[in-house]
Design a protein around this ligand. Structure first.
Ligand code: AMP
Length: 250
C-alpha cells in the first residue's frame, strides 16, 4: 500500500505570532517555520503502518513556496520515502490545496491519504474533508487510532463526549488528531539520509489546477488583551466577588 501524507509549512507553534501593523495579515518575516504539528503525527502514523508491514511506500507532499522543501526534508528524515513539492507563491486556500492534492492522488494512486486534522496557522480544518469529497473517497476525521487489515480501515475518531469507531473500504482519507501517536524525533543520521531522498517539484499549471483564491481577508487583528487575575485573601472575599462582580456569560 502507498500512503500520501500532505505536510504544511507553518509558523512554529512556539513563536508568538505578530500581526502586521497594517492589519493585512500575520508577519512571517524572520520567523521560525516548522511542519504543522498534526502533520508530524500524520507522518508518524504512516511510518508506523509501514513498520507494521501495512504500507510499502510513503510519499510526502507540500503545496506552497520553494521553502516548503525544508518541511519535506523533515518528513523524509522522519521516514517518508520520497517527496513532492507543488510549488506556488500564491496564497493557497484550502480548496486550492485540496484540488492540488486530488491531482497528486490521481498521479500517484495511493490507497490512503493521512493529513493533519488542521493547520495551526489558519485553523481551517477543511483540506481533508474537501479532498475526500473531490475524490469521492470515504473519510475518517480526527483519528486517534488507525488499523489497516486487507482492504479495510478501522479508525477510532475523537468526537464530542467520546470515541466513535468507523470502518471503511480503502482507498480513504484520514485526518490525524493529537492523541493518534507521539511523533519521533528525526535523528542526525536520518536527517543526513533525507538529503539524498528524491524530491520532485511540480507546478499547479502542470496539474491543471486553478489556485485563484476564493475568499479575501479583510483584516487581521490581535485578540483583545486579557486582564490580569487577582488573588483573594479568603473565602469570604471570594464569595463577595462572585456575588457582586462575576458576570453571567450566556
Ligand atoms: P487545514 O484544512 O488548512 O486546516 O489543513 C488540514 C491539513 O491539510 C493539514 O494538516 C495538512 O495535512 C494539509 N494541508 C493544508 N495545507 C497544506 C499545504 N499547503 N500543503 C500540504 N498540505 C496541506
Amino acid at each position: 500500500m502507498k500512503i500520501l501524507v500532505p505536510v504544511k509549512r507553518v509558523i512554529d507553534y512556539n513563536v508568538k505570532v505578530r500581526v502586521k501593523p497594517d492589519g493585512s495579515g500575520v508577519d512571517t518575516a524572520n520567523v521560525k517555520m516548522s511542519m504543522n504539528p498534526f502533520d508530524e503525527i500524520a507522518v508518524e502514523e504512516a511510518v508506523r503502518l509501514r513498520e507494521k508491514g501495512a504500507a510499502a511506500e510513503i510519499v510526502a507532499v507540500s503545496c506552497g513556496a520553494a521553502a516548503c522543501q525544508e518541511t519535506l526534508r523533515t518528513a523524509l528524515a522522519l521516514g517518508a520515502d520520497r517527496a513532492i513539492l507543488v510549488e506556488s507563491d500564491a496564497d493557497l486556500q484550502p480548496l486550492a490545496v485540496a484540488k492540488l492534492l486530488a491531482a497528486v492522488v490521481a498521479r500517484e494512486q495511493p490507497q490512503l491519504v493521512i493529513l493533519g486534522k488542521q493547520a495551526i496557522d489558519d485553523d481551517s480544518n477543511q483540506v481533508g474533508q474537501m479532498l475526500a469529497a473531490l475524490l469521492d473517497w470515504p473519510q475518517a476525521t480526527f483519528a486517534s487510532k488507525v488499523e489497516v487489515s486487507g482492504g479495510t480501515l478501522v479508525v477510532k475518531r475523537e468526537v464530542d463526549g467520546g470515541l466513535e469507531t468507523v470502518e471503511m473500504a480503502l482507498p480513504a482519507v484520514v485526518t490525524a488528531d493529537l492523541r493518534l501517536n507521539e511523533p519521533r524525533y528525526a535523528t542526525l543520521p536520518n536527517i543526513m539520509k533525507a538529503k539524498k531522498k528524491p524530491l520532485d517539484t511540480l507546478k499547479p499549471d502542470a496539474l491543471g489546477v486553478d489556485v485563484t483564491p476564493r475568499t479575501v481577508t479583510l483584516s487581521v487583528a490581535e485578540p483583545p488583551k486579557r486582564k490580569g487575575g487577582g488573588l483573594v485573601a479568603d473565602v469570604k472575599e471570594l464569595v463577595a466577588k462572585l456575588r457582586n462582580e462575576a458576570k453571567v456569560l450566556s
